[in-house]
Design a protein around this ligand. Structure first.
Ligand SMILES: [Zn+2]
Length: 69
């Protein structure tokens, strides 16, 4: 399992995306990633409203995940 690269998903910005660099997987060099969610449990003491809450955290994993030793 790879948690790299931790890039934010693309936003609507005025750049020519074709001029941007491809980000490749550190482990296998694959350049396609899948968004996944980790689930974090926020304890009441850390929460703004004092209630325990479940918060998804988005990560990207390599599309080749599971095929690489
Ligand atoms: Zn990979």
């Amino acid at each position: 399992m790879s948690t790299k690269p931790q890039q934010p998903l693309p936003q609507q910005v005025n750049v020519d995306i074709s001029q941007a660099d491809d980000v490749k997987c550190d482990e296998c060099g694959h350049d396609v990633f899948i968004p996944v969610f980790m689930i974090k449990k926020v304890r009441g003491i850390m929460s703004p409203n004092g209630q325990e809450m479940i918060t998804p955290v988005r990560e990207l994993v390599c599309n080749n995940w599971g095929q690489v030793k």
